[in-house]
Each structure stands twice: as structure tokens, then as C-alpha cells.
Design a binder for this molecule. Structure first.
Ligand code: AGP
Length: 596
């Protein structure tokens, strides 16, 4: 979704730094971009479309100053036009503002400002902010005070940065939308996400809700809503800037798929005692939940379904909820532990659900990839999946790492009879996964079915979330109709859609009752002439009913889910590649969804 970059102290390189930062935020999803700089005046350039369009426009623009802000916009209020792109200005052109989030009371503020004679040039909620600052300046407030007065009028969610003519400083504030400072010798950065300035520094300061920041030549200061200075920790980012490059791959997604063995090793590192058959949950302490409620969205919701299954297997009642539903109709919590699963730690729906749970007195834990994220800071406990930065909008390596982390979590919190067996399977998992990535025939299958009208994915038990994830990946990056079903549910309706034109991908693991029943469901689709692709460890005779088999080695069914999913990731990726889709930035989607 929208991205913010700001920088002070890079002199003549300011503009290039801003545009570079915006290009590093592209992965979040956007439809327009812009920059503004300040010296005695404020100058800006903004364009709908890609960063390249902005670069072209900048060739004939004259921007000056050594202080600047930039923005990538993902439309909410008003279509992606030049006028609606950020930064936005006041009537005099002395103020420029960029904003992530939604200002809920913008209509009443706009009405008030229009009645007072202000002229608006966009449809956005953001534009009220520069006009509010303009009013405060006109009443004699200093720029920083004017910024604070404007922010005090806002309701909703925001990360906001502003520059004012005649003041070589950036003013910023956050509420429910992330902002982080980057500290370098002589330069200071401001961004919605670390990759925007990671090429320049690994020293960061995360702003908390309600905090303000001022960046200028003298350095930086964070203050609370009363203007009192706040002492902040400086954190060090542990991943390298190269991790946000493509390393020779055609797309981030395929690079990230191939990074999975390493990501899994990082997730498991120093957390598993193989000799003792135990798991060390960092410093989570003894949580001993009597019940667990998961909240999550999208791919993370699929991981949450898997996690809930693991807790239930260990005898602990557990359910997974779509975060967007949980927040508005919170079911009774009792003394359940509420676990948010979120790669970014910034997903608005998930944050709302976690906050709703906290309001009801629940203990909260987040399973996340992002150190310093809002969820990590707000929850009582954070457990990191350690997958490293994921740039492709479609989650890949973070799903595998979520599944591994959820195994660690359950093993560490519960008494499982088969703990040793699971730990052994987890230990083997990176190597098994590497072999699948090296040998998978998923690309051949993708070639055969790239023209299909629709795809169905089925699985049972732990393989049901894998089927859902396989379908989500397929629809996200190929724009084709794809649905995942619990295998047993197919005959209750969806079977009506199954024809010789609709390949059915089935995950069949082991040879227990679940697997045998799934084979029964495969026979049902085979009888309707649907092409069948079985992702299987070969323990049943599903191959007899399948047109193609994608093999995985025999392992614990928990690890098998990760391996089966790898075939499905490759299948979607190669299908999308054959269709020429924009794989890393699928249409209409954003990496971090910060609105509800
Ligand atoms: C996954 O491919 C999607 N891009 C999306 O469903 C994502 O998983 C969802 O928006 C949740 O994001 P989070 O994990 O950062 O909370």
C-alpha cells in the first residue's frame, strides 16, 4: 500500500535519494508517486503510474532544496490521477504533505475548510492536512506547532510527513500506520518501511503511536503529543540490502521461493534441541494456553488454520478467524491466548482484531516476520519467523516459515506425543525442500494447463490450508479463477463446476483414513473428466486416478504441507510467467494492507 520516504542531509543527492527510496517501496503496491522538496519555497512533482513515469516528469521539473519527502500512493479516496497523487499542498503552495492511512473525519474538515475559503484540487482525504497547516501558519504558529495543531484535528489512521517553505526540516507523526527513522552520519531518513533507506543505513528508530518526529540538519528528535522529548532505542537491522535485490532471478517471487530452505534454517536456528526433543521459544515464558484463537488474513490466515490444527492435535481447543470478521464480531474469548499471524505486522484488519482481543482482556501473541512492527510492539509477546525481507506481493517463503514457526510454537507450549518425530521432520525439511525446488515438474504441468479456465485445489486436514493457499497464489498472480476446498466439501456444491476444462490439484499425504477419503474425492472428479494433478508422497494409489503426479518424499504430514505447497508455488509462478503477468506486483494488490 502507500509508502513514505523522507530525507534530510543528503544535499544535492536529496532528489535521487527520494526516488531511490520510492523504487524500494514499489513492492508494497501503488498506482502513483510523487516527491516534494523545500528550501525557501516548496517544489514538487507527482504522477499517476509507475516510478518511471515520475522519473520522466522530473526531467522537465525544477525541484530544489536539501530536504524532501516522497510517496507512493495506493488509491483509496479518488482514482489514481496526477491530482490525487501525493504530496498535497495548501492554497499558497507553501506546504507539502504525504500521508498513509485514512482520515475518517476528512469530509467535515474539508467542508469547514471550503467554507473558510480554501480551494481543494484533489478528491483525497489527505488534502485537508496542508490546508489545516496553512490556517495555523496564517494565525502565526511556527511550522512545527502548525503541524501539531493540524494533526490534533485528525481522526483515523495516519503516518504523515510534511515540509514547509522556508524551514529545512521534515515534520512527521504517526497513528496506526508505521513510520521509522533511519540514522546515518550527517543524514536522517524517514520511511514507512525500512527497505526505503536500507541501502544507506542499518540504524533505525521506530516511532510509536502518538509520537511526532522532527528531522533537520541538527539531527532528529521524537516527541510525544505534548511536545515532550521521548528517549528512543536505536535498533540495528539484521538483514543485508542485497536481500532486497533479485540476485539474478527474473522475479522476486521465484527468488523468494528458492530462499525457503535458508529461511527455514533461520527459523529453526538455536530453537530446537534435537537431543532432548524440545523447543526453546526464545523468551516467551510459560504461556500455557487453555485455548487459542488465531486471527489473520490471506496467506497468514491459511497458516493460522494450520496452526489451529496443530494446537487441536495437542488437545488444546483452537480456532482460526479471519481477522476482518473477528474485529467486528468478537466471539467469547474466555482466557484464550489470541495469536495474530502476520508477515508484515502492519495489516490493519489483524491489528484491529488483536486490539479488540486486548480490550477484552485477552493475552496476545504475534507470529510475525517484522521486528519493530506495530503488531510486535503492541502484542504481549512476539515470535519471529525470521524469513528475511519478502518483496514479492504474493507471500511465498513467509508462508513456509510461518508453518515452521507454528510447529515450534505448539511444540514449545504443549506436550505432543510425537514431538521427536516432528522435530526430526523439521530438521530434514530444508534439505527436502531444496530437492523439490531442484526437481519439481511443476513447470511442465503449468505449461499444460496455462490456458485452463479455472483451477481447483483440494486437501484434507493439514493439507486443506495448503489447498487454500495453492488457490490464493494461483488467483493472485495469474488472475485466473482458482478455488481451494476441503476435499470432502467438493461434492456439496463445487463439483458442479468441475469439467474436463478445470484441472483439479489434490494434496494426498500418508495412507491414513484422511488420505483414503481424499482419494475417493479424486475419483469423483476423475469421473467428471477433470484433469487431476496429485501432489503426493505416493503412499496411496492416487496416482492411478491422476494425470500427473508431483512427488514429495515421505515425511511427517506437518512437514509434507510445506513440501506440497512448494510444488503449488512453482505451479502458480510458472503459470503466471507463461501468461506474462506482473508477478511481483499483481494488479490491484498491495504487500502490506494498512486499511480495513
Ligand atoms: C499473500 O500472498 C497476500 N499478498 C495476502 O493475502 C497477505 O497474506 C495478507 O494481506 C496478510 O498480510 P500479512 O501477513 O502481512 O498480515
Amino acid at each position: 500500500m502507500c509508502g513514505i520516504i523522507g530525507c534530510v542531509g543528503r544535499g544535492s543527492e536529496t532528489l535521487d535519494t527520494l526516488v531511490h527510496g520510492l523504487s524500494k517501496l514499489e513492492y508494497r503496491g501503488y498506482d502513483s508517486a510523487g516527491v516534494a522538496m523545500a528550501d525557501e519555497r516548496v517544489s514538487l512533482c507527482k504522477k499517476s503510474g509507475k516510478i518511471e513515469d515520475l522519473r520522466d516528469a522530473l526531467e522537465s521539473a525544477t525541484l530544489s532544496g536539501s530536504v524532501g519527502i516522497g510517496h507512493t500512493r495506493w488509491s483509496t479516496h479518488g482514482p489514481p490521477t496526477d491530482a490525487n497523487s501525493h504530496p498535497h499542498q495548501d492554497c499558497q503552495g507553501d506546504v507539502a504533505v504525504v500521508h498513509n492511512g485514512i482520515i475518517e473525519n476528512y469530509q467535515s474538515l474539508r467542508d469547514e475548510l471550503v467554507a473558510a475559503g480554501h480551494t481543494f484540487t484533489s478528491d483525497t482525504d489527505t488534502e485537508v492536512v496542508p490546508h489545516l497547516i496553512e490556517d495555523a501558519l496564517a494565525e502565526g504558529a511556527e511550522p512545527e506547532a502548525a503541524f501539531r495543531q493540524a494533526i490534533a484535528r485528525l481522526e483515523g489512521s495516519y503516518a504523515i510527513a510534511a515540509v514547509v517553505a522556508g524551514t529545512e526540516a521534515i515534520f512527521a507523526a504517526r497513528h496506526d500506520s508505521p513510520l521509522v527513522l533511519g540514522l546515518d552520519d550527517g543524514a536522517t531518513y524517514l520511511a514507512s518501511d525500512v527497505p526505503a533507506f536500507r541501502d544507506f543505513t542499518d540504524q533505525v528508530v521506530y516511532l510509536a503511536d502518538g509520537e511526532f518526529a522532527r528531522l533537520d540538519d541538527a539531527g532528529w528528535e521524537v516527541t510525544d503529543s505534548d511536545g515532550v522529548s521521548v528517549e528512543k532505542d536505536v535498533d540495528t537491522i539484521e538483514w543485508d540490502p542485497e536481500e532486497t535485490g533479485k540476485s539474478g532471478y527474473d522475479h522476486y517471487m521465484i527468488k523468494e521461493i528458492h530462499e525457503q530452505p535458508r529461511a527455514l534454517r533461520q527459523c529453526l536456528r538455536e530453537r530446537v534441541d534435537e537431543m532432548a526433543g524440545t523447543v526453546d521459544l526464545d523468551d516467551l515464558g510459560d504461556l500455557s494456553p487453555t485455548g487459542v484463537q488465531f486471527v489473520a488474513c490471506g496467506t497468514s490466515y491459511h497458516a493460522a488454520l494450520y496452526g489451529a490444527h496443530l494446537f487441536r492435535e495437542a488437545g488444546i481447543p483452537a480456532q482460526a478467524f479471519l481477522a476482518s470478521e473477528f474485529a467486528t464480531s468478537v466471539p467469547p474469548i474466555g482466557d484464550a491466548l489470541v495469536i495474530g499471524v502476520t508477515q508484515s505486522g502492519e495489516t490493519a484488519d489483524t491489528l484491529s482484531a488483536l486490539r479488540a482481543a486486548q480490550k477484552r482482556g485477552a493475552r496476545t501473541l504475534v507470529v510475525t516476520n517484522t521486528v519493530g512492527s506495530t503488531a510486535a510492539r503492541e502484542c504481549d509477546h512476539a515470535f519471529y519467523i525470521r524469513a528475511g525481507p519478502e518483496i514479492g506481493v504474493a507471500a511465498s517463503k513467509t508462508f513456509s516459515s510461518q508453518l515452521a514457526a507454528l510447529n515450534l510454537l505448539t511444540l514449545g507450549m504443549t506436550n505432543s506425543d510425537d514431538a521427536r518425530e516432528v522435530i526430526n521432520a523439521l530438521r530434514e525439511l530444508p534439505g527436502d525442500l531444496q530437492r523439490i525446488l531442484d526437481e519439481s515438474r511443476a513447470e511442465d504441468v503449468a505449461e499444460m494447463y496455462a490456458d485452463a479456465g479455472a483451477y481447483f485445489f483440494i486437501g484434507r486436514g493439514l493439507q486443506f490450508p495448503v489447498a487454500l493457499e495453492g488457490a490464493l497464489k494461483m488467483k493472485e498472480i495469474t488472475y485466473k479463477h482458482a478455488e481451494g476446498f476441503a476435499a470432502g466439501e467438493l461434492k456439496h456444491g463445487p463439483l458442479a463446476l468441475v469439467t474436463s476444462e478445470t484441472p483439479v490439484f489434490t494434496v494426498v499425504i500418508g495412507d491414513d483414513e484422511k488420505a483414503r477419503k481424499t482419494v475417493g474425492n479424486v475419483k469423483e472428479v476423475e469421473a467428471r473428466d477433470a484433469p487431476v494433478v496429485a501432489i503426493t508422497d505416493g503412499q496411496t494409489d492416487v496416482h492411478r486416478y491422476a494425470d500427473h503426479v508431483l512427488e514429495i518424499p515421505e515425511t511427517h504430514e506437518r512437514a509434507a504441507a510445506v513440501l506440497a505447497n512448494a510444488h503449488l508455488q512453482l505451479l502458480s509462478y510458472h503459470t503466471a510467467a507463461k501468461l506474462g503477468r506482473n508477478i511481483d506486483k499483481p494488479r490491484n494488490l498491495a504487500k502490506s494492507v494498512t486499511v480495513e
